[in-house]
Design a protein around this ligand. Structure first.
Ligand code: ADP
Length: 662
């Protein structure tokens, strides 16, 4: 059969763009990347044969701009468009526009995308085909009164969902009727702003379920197969962070039932291309249909690892009009695979998305795992896009073997400059309950009810790293003054008078004192502890430090006043305290500063209003999430500087408070 296209434009960025380009290249297809101004030096741009600039960083002006993407395809002569996931991947109007422009869309037909784009519509279709759905309300009547009466029928707790939703956005658990009106209002707001569609869906909230999904494929010749299941129950904020295949929870009878239900769904839809049928698996052993994702999933590599199939290759071949190259009976499973999503997130701030430049990005050596990364050293984690930096996927003969490999790879990964969820992922993978396969979608919330926080740093490790940072500083400062080579770093007329440097670690300050006793040898101590004998040997990327006779390498990354010191699998970050402290930027009486750039959704207080500590002050939208900022202490609102719809930069005072008069 002659090919329909020989050049593919990938309408996406980050790891998925890189991943799709890799397979296209292996199949001998030419590739075109697209990029925003923020991404001109991104890895996906370098990997493709050609790359087209779309426009400014905001997605609306770049990765979501249909006209510019079609124009990019026209200018480069691409014959097909792969949408990746997110952005336009499940946008039926986009699929139509691509087809009408005479191009091939690598994905399901527009009609399927449209029908499955509404969770409510998808439920109705599946229920009609005999697929079990969660008891709920998916009707067109969206009146509050109707939703309230349907809620009473379904019973509490229930889940309010955005019908057009995805990524866990716009989803709220409601425990009682009193909370329903506010939940409906908030869900509508999020649904409108995130998906441009405020229709809602009500579902019974299944307590302590697991999330299990089935990969499906169809071709234009009427073949439908399933490619086994994936379990994605380890979530936070309804978003998956650890995924695996096969699911450790299913008996073989349950697995067979789930798979055949998913193929029924595929057949009902006349499905063409890759898709995922998501189910919620109740503790009772029953499962219910959730939705069909009409695209490649983030977690597809675990399926590839256990089946040996390349799902992007299958997508491309189906889009070329070929019959699926594998029959159902050819799809077999070997071993177990686990994936983690490494995200730019700040553990100290409740794992909210973090931004910054990756001053260091070093992947673990040894080829233990597959790494699908969309970044490299120097990349920027920006507010405009989602926080996924890379996925690490491990495969083993057994589940334990796969997890062990993943742990080892995560430990060997070094990321400096942007905080990540790495240590949370490690804590999950090493947790005995996770190891035993006993978990549900609330695992993270239940294991860390007050929010996950990193394990406290071992004081000895901290002291060593602080000494390394201080002595590296002293040594390199000395090297930077070439005209006094005879002086030893830290040399003073009075050799007993040590020098001192202060390092801030979080909210504590460490004081390191040191004095040079001979070239490369020192006495040093931290916070008035015992003096220790130290030898140093400055290396291009760090410092070899011999402390009490044991020599270890401390890697160092400097950025302004910030010093990141890595020893083994831990990275500690210190800020050099300037000798003359600056005025601290504390707001009189406190208030709330923008934790990141974003937009105001709703201001909840007025000037002059008295508020209690913890009272909600303002709802903001930042990094595609809605957050409510609260008062740090009792006070009176002195000034509000932003109204709904206003944009703001990180660090701006959004609501200023002053101490209440007593
Ligand atoms: P999204 O498209 O936003 O990802 P989904 O409908 O796929 O939303 O659900 C995401 C997650 O929310 C599921 O994996 C599950 O953890 C939880 N969830 C969804 N529906 C229910 C339900 N009816 N009861 C309990 N949990 C649910």
């Amino acid at each position: 059969m002659s090919a329909r296209f020989d050049k593919v434009l990938v309408a996406n960025r980050g790891e998925i763009a890189c991943r799709v380009i890799r397979t296209c290249r292996r199949m001998g297809l030419a590739t075109v990347a697209v990029f925003s101004d923020a991404d001109e030096r991104a890895p996906h741009v370098d990997m493709a044969d050609e790359a087209v600039r779309l426009g400014p960083a905001p997605p609306a002006e770049s990765y979501l701009n249909v006209a510019r993407i079609l124009d990019a395809a026209r200018r480069t002569g691409a014959g097909a468009i792969h949408p990746g996931y997110g952005f336009l991947a499940e946008n039926a109007a986009f699929v139509r526009a691509v087809t009408e422009a005479g191009l091939v869309f690598i994905g399901p037909r527009a009609e399927t995308v449209e029908r499955m784009g509404s969770k409510a519509g998808a439920r109705a279709i599946m229920a009609a085909a005999g697929v079990p759905v969660v008891p709920g309300y998916d009707g067109d009547d969206q009146d509050d009164a109707r939703l309230v009466s349907e809620a009473a029928r379904i019973g509490f707790p229930l889940l309010v969902k955005a019908s057009a939703g995805g990524g866990g956005k716009g989803m709220t658990v409601v425990r009682g009727a009193a909370d329903l009106p506010e939940a409906l209002a908030q869900a509508r707001r999020v649904a409108k702003s995130a998906f441009g569609d405020d229709r809602l869906l009500l579902e019974r909230y299944i307590e302590s379920p697991r999330h299990i999904e089935v990969q499906i494929f169809g071709d234009e010749h009427g073949h439908h197969i399933d490619v086994f299941e994936r379990e994605c129950s380890i979530q936070r904020r309804f978003q998956k962070v650890v995924e695996e295949a096969p699911s450790p929870a299913l008996t073989s009878t349950q697995r067979a039932r789930l798979r055949s239900t998913a193929t029924t769904a595929a057949r009902t839809l006349g499905y063409v291309g890759a898709g995922t049928v998501e189910f919620i698996f109740a503790a009772s052993g029953e499962f219910y249909f959730l939705e069909v994702n009409t695209r490649l999933q983030v977690e597809h590599p675990v399926t590839e690892a256990i089946t040996g199939l390349d799902l992007v290759e299958l997508q491309v071949r189906v889009a070329q009009g070929e019959a699926l190259p594998v029959r159902q009976e050819d799809v077999t499973v070997h071993g177990h695979a686990v994936e983690v999503r490494l995200c730019a997130e700040d553990p100290a701030a409740g794992l909210l998305p973090a931004t910054g430049r990756l001053l260091e990005w070093r992947e673990p050596l040894g080829g233990l795992v597959r790494i699908d990364a969309g970044v490299r050293e120097g990349s920027e984690a920006s507010v405009h896009y989602d926080s996924l930096l890379a996925k690490l996927i491990a495969h083993g003969d057994t589940r334990d073997e796969a997890i062990d490999r993943l742990v080892s790879a995560l430990r060997g990964l070094s990321v400096v400059g942007v905080s990540t969820n790495r240590d949370l992922l490690l804590d999950v993978l090493e947790h005995p309950e996770f190891r035993a396969g006993r978990f549900n979608t609330h695992f993270i919330a239940e294991q860390w009810p007050d929010g996950w926080t990193p394990a406290p740093v071992d004081p000895e490790l901290e002291a060593q790293c602080a000494i390394a940072a201080a002595l590296a500083e002293a040594t390199s400062r000395h090297r930077a003054i070439p005209h006094v080579p005879a002086l030893r770093p830290g040399w003073r007329n009075n050799p007993f008078r040590p020098q001192r440097v202060e390092l801030r670690a979080g909210d504590r300050t460490l004081r390191v004192e040191y004095a040079s006793t001979a070239p490369g040898t020192w006495r040093a101590r931290v916070d008035e502890g015992a003096w220790r004998a130290v030898r140093t040997d400055l290396q291009p990327d760090g410092l070899d430090l011999e402390l009490d006779g044991v020599r270890r390498r401390y890697r160092l990354v400097a950025d302004g006043e910030r010093r990141s010191v890595r020893r083994g699998d831990r990275t500690l970050t210190f800020d050099l305290v300037p000798r003359f402290p600056e005025h601290a930027g504390v707001m009189p009486g406190g208030g709330c500063l923008a934790p990141m750039p974003g937009k105001v959704v709703k201001l909840l207080v007025r000037e002059g209003e008295a508020v209690r500590a913890g009272a909600p002050l303002i709802v903001i939208e930042a990094m595609k999430m809605e957050l409510t900022l609260t008062a740090p202490a009792d006070g009176v609102v002195r000034a509000t500087r932003y109204a709904a719809g206003d944009q703001f930069q990180a660090g701006m005072p959004l609501v200023e408070l002053e101490a209440p008069e007593d």
